[in-house]
Write a protein that binds this ligand. Sequence first.
Ligand code: ZN
Length: 161
Amino acid sequence: MQIEKHKVATIDYTLTNNTGEVLDSSEGQEPMTYIQGVGSLITGLEAALEGKSAGEELQVTLSPEKAYGERDESLVQVVERSAFEGVEELETGMQFQARSNTGQTQLICVTQIDGDEVTVDGNHPLAGETLHFDVTVVEVREATEEELNHGHAHGAGGHQH
Ligand code: ZN
C-alpha cells in the first residue's frame, strides 16, 4: 500500500539542520503516525512521502520557504520586564502566547534578558533553517472513519484517547 491522501502512515524520522545538529528524532521513542493529506506534516515533507510504501527510506531537504519560512526580524521585539507581570522567574527559552496587533495569537520565545529589557522572538524556532529529514516508512494502512473525523491518527505513535 502506498502513502496517499487519507492513508495512515507510520514513519521513523530524524531531523537535522545544515550543521548536522539533530533537532528532532523518533529514535528511542515511538515512530510517528499521521494521516496523509490533512495538513499534520509540513507540506514539503508530506509531498515527498506521497506514493512511498513500507520499508522505503528517503532523504528530504527542505529550504526554509518549504518548511517554516524565513525569519522575520520584525517579530523580534524588546519589551519591558513589567509586561511579564505575574511571571516569577523569567528565563530565556520561556515561551508565551501573545496577541499580535492583528488579534492573532502567536507563540513568542524569550531570547534575551538584559536588566529591565526583555527580547522576545515571535518566529517559529525552526524559521530560517534548512531542514534535512531522514525518513523510513514503517507502515501504511487505511485510516478509520473515526480517525478521519478527528483529523488525526489513533493508536501507537498517534493520539491515545
Ligand atoms: Zn481522535
